[in-house]
Structures are given as C-alpha cells and as structure tokens.
Design a protein around this ligand. Structure first.
Ligand SMILES: *Cc1c(COP(=O)(O)O)cnc(C)c1O
Length: 403
C-alpha cells in the first residue's frame, strides 16, 4: 500500500489520542475553579491574581502553606518538609492552580511539588561544569562568540528537575550591580562576543528598571548583535509579562526570548496572552523543553505541545536530554526516548514544530545535536537515505568527474 494515497492513516495514532492530552486552555473551567479556591485561602482578590508581585509574595514555599491549599497525605507532607530542607521549593499560586488533583501523575505536580525521590540516587550538582567555564562571576562562556550571564537566582517557581539547583540556595538574590558591571566590562573587552543570553534563575525576575539599565549598557557595546532572555515566566508566572516590561524590551531590538514549556497542560489563556504580548512587540519566541520522565517522554505529548506552542506563536527550539543533576534521577530518560520523539515528529507535523534534540556533553563539552539516521550510507557515487515514513531512496552523489 502506498502511504501517499492514505496520508491520514499515518497520523491516526495521534488523531485518536490528542483529545485526551489536554492543554490548559482545554482545562479552562477546572483551572478557574482551582483559582477561586486558592484565592479564597490566600485572602486574595481577582486583581491580586493578575499582579505578579502578589503572585511572588504569595508563593507557596513550605509544607505548612501547601497543606492548606493542596490535598496531600501526612506521608507526603513529611516528605515535602524533608526535601525542602535540602532543595528549595516555591510555587506561584498561578502555577499551583494548573494541577489536576485527580491525576496521580499530573505533569504540573511532578514539576512543582517536592518528592522524596529527590533525596535518593546519584548524580552531580554541577555536571555541566559551569563553575569551570566561568571567566568572571556570573558569566558562563563555553562557545567562541556567545555567552550566558546568570543575572539572578530567583524564579517564579523552583522546578524539581532544575539543572542549577546548586545556585538556587535558600534566599532570592539578584547578582549585585558591581558584578554585573564587571560582566559588562568582560563583554566590552572581548569583541568576538556577539550574542548575549541573559538567564538565571529567571532573567525576568529582575525589576523593569534593572532590565532597562542592563539593555542600555549592552546596547552601548557595538559588537553585541543580539540579546536573548531565558525566562520561564510565560509558563509559571505569566503575569510578569506586563505592558511596561514589553515596552522596555522593544526599544532594544533585536531581542529574543526563549521560554520553557514542558507540557501541554502549561498552555493556558494567561500564558497565551503573555506570549502574544511579547510576539506583538516583535520579539521572536523559542521554546526549550527538557525531556522529563512521566512529564513529556511521550511522542504524542510532545507533538501536542509543539503544535499548541505554534498556535501561541512560540517556535519549538530545543529538546534537552535530561542532565544528570543530583536529586533528579526520577526524571531521567534514555536517549532512545528522545530519538523516538524526533522520529515521530518529522513528516507527521510541521517542520516548524520540530526542535533540535540536544545532549549536553558533560564537563562543559557543550550542546550536541542528535538526529535519527535518515542518511543510511554514502557509496562511491550515490548517497542512500530513507524518508520519514521509512521508504528508501538514493540520490546521485558524483561530482568529481564533471570537467
Ligand atoms: C546553551 C548555551 C548557550 C546558547 O546556545 P545556543 O545553541 O546558541 O542557543 C550559550 N552559552 C552557554 C554556556 C550555554 O549553555
């Protein structure tokens, strides 16, 4: 049977399942109900919910507070307490409202609520050796023409799989002005640096005025071509994307924002609004997903996520293979799972919905792309391939006798 006559049949598996994998927009009513309950328990009003400062101030950051809002067994509460004394936790009321309490393996819950599993297993707190590739405090430089500046340790929510757990600590602090000035000096003195990635923590946790100051400084350096922000606020604290912030950002183009959706359940009306605001200001949006056991190590979940991201104007950019960070072993996946996901995307969805799958080389060796083998073999004068649906073909690959 020629699959080209029956194209629809090549995606029937997805069509049959897609309505069971719910986005936050499809769960709107339940989320609205959760929000009402949480607001009541926190003594907040509707306007408070929309205020990111209220959201930050009311982050749920200990077992006592969590117990009041979220149904947990005594055993679970004890676990949360124990883990919280080792690894920080804090959840914005908004992000907490996305949890489907009926779902034992809810993807939001797995990412946000501490699990006793964090205290067992092996791994390293700094497997990427960021410390070893730090020329000045705050900067990680691993590539010739670009670098990251970790401007703060603060986040809207502390992800349970965080790769920078070692930096998160117990309290929020932005890096001080003095250090930032040294970082800017380093960039100014190294004229091959053309791309600056501001990250953290979460770069949008800085105040509007600090962000504006930083952008002004960076834009005064002639060799800085592009500036990128790494932020999970569109996912965990979409209220942070205010008109004021967006109006600042758009004065310093070209600005790019990479965000971090891991699950269709995170795509809500609020996150959509945040992404649209940024996109309307001319900021291209990319998504960096981390491959996480039980959250998104499923080709159908990733297809739904990536297609939904395009509808909110976010282009899937990377899928990161889970890094072997201590205390996150229950999230680790196999490389085969990542490859299966890549295989299931190509041909079956828009090329726009297909990110690059990346394995990070330990010890700072850097981002390494992984792709299913479409190129099967290069012969003397032909190259042999298979297409997305497994059909083999060959092309001429003989140029040396053209005289
Ligand atoms: C991820 C990363 C970058 C950016 O990499 P791109 O592939 O350009 O997105 C830059 N520097 C460091 C240290 C990084 O970890």
């Amino acid at each position: 049977m020629d699959y080209r006559k029956h194209l629809k049949s090549t995606i029937n598996d997805y069509l049959n399942i897609k309505d069971n994998i719910k986005t936050g927009i499809e769960r709107k009513e339940e989320i609205e109900k959760n929000k009402k309950v949480i607001l009541e328990k926190l003594n907040g009003r509707e306007e408070d919910w929309k205020d990111y400062k209220w959201q930050l101030k009311n982050r749920i950051d200990n077992a006592e507070k969590l117990k009041k809002i979220f149904p947990l067994t005594d055993e679970e509460i004890k676990e949360v307490d124990k883990v919280a004394s080792v690894y920080r936790f804090a959840i914005s009321p908004y992000y907490l409202s996305l949890i489907d309490t009926k779902d034992f393996k809810d993807p939001i819950k797995l990412q946000a609520i501490p699990s006793g599993k964090e205290l067992i297993g092996h791994g390293d707190l700094d497997p990427m050796d960021e410390k070893g590739t730090t020329p000045v405090e705050g900067i990680t430089r691993r590539y010739p023409d670009r670098l990251i500046v970790k401007v703060t340790n603060q986040c809207g929510m502390y992800c349970r799989f965080c790769q920078r757990r070692r930096l998160i600590g117990e309290t929020d602090h932005h890096i001080d002005r003095n250090t930032l000035e040294k970082d800017i000096e380093y960039i100014r003195n190294n004229e091959e640096i053309r791309d600056i990635l501001l990250t953290g923590g979460d770069a949008f946790m800085l105040s509007d005025s600090t962000i504006e100051w930083l952008l002004q400084e960076l834009r005064s350096i002639p060799h800085v071509e592009i500036i990128r922000f790494g932020t999970r606020t569109p996912v965990t604290l979409p209220q942070r994307v205010t008109d004021n912030l967006v109006n600042i950002l758009k004065k310093y183009h070209p600005i790019y924002v990479n965000t971090h959706f891991n699950s269709p359940a995170e795509i809500t009306e609020e996150s959509k609004e945040a992404c649209e605001k940024l996109a309307n200001a001319g900021i291209p949006l990319g998504n960096q997903m981390v491959l996480l056991n039980d959250v998104n190590n499923d080709p159908m979940v990733v297809r739904k996520l990536n297609q939904a991201l395009l509808t909110i104007r976010v282009k899937p950019y990377y899928i990161f293979h889970t890094k072997p960070v201590k205390g996150t072993e229950h999230f680790w996946c196999k490389v085969e799972e990542g490859l299966d996901i890549m295989e299931s995307l190509r041909g079956r969805t828009s090329g726009m919905a297909i990110p690059t799958y990346i394995v990070n080389g330990p010890g700072g060796l850097g981002k390494t792309p992984v792709l299913p083998n479409y190129l099967q073999y290069i012969g003397r004068d032909k190259a042999y391939f298979r297409n997305w649906n497994g059909v083999p073909f060959e092309i001429e690959n003989k140029f040396d006798d053209i005289e």
